[in-house]
Ligand binder design. Structure first.
Ligand code: ZN
Length: 82
């Protein structure tokens, strides 16, 4: 899964500070979307790229993306890419 890191960077979830954080797919999960859904259903805690930890909810509101997560994602993509 050499491309896993880039593929699994996706903006998902909400938190109490009204930011959408970016979550990396755990090594034992197939993809981030499945992992987020699982966390939402079972009330599992997610850890964002910026280090923020929270339990995702069904909140359908789209919040601004966490700038720290964006920075972290850009670093990851830069390391994986090219
Ligand atoms: Zn974040």
């Amino acid at each position: 899964m050499s491309t896993a890191t880039e593929a699994t960077v996706a903006p998902v979830g909400q938190d109490t500070s009204a930011l959408t954080h970016i979550v990396n797919c755990p090594d034992d999960k197939d993809n981030t979307e499945a992992w987020i859904t699982e966390a939402r259903v079972f009330g599992l805690e997610l850890t964002a790229l910026c280090g923020h930890r929270w339990v995702p909810t069904r909140d359908p509101i789209r919040h601004p993306t966490c700038p720290e997560c964006v920075d972290a994602a850009n670093i990851i993509i830069a390391e994986v890419g090219a």
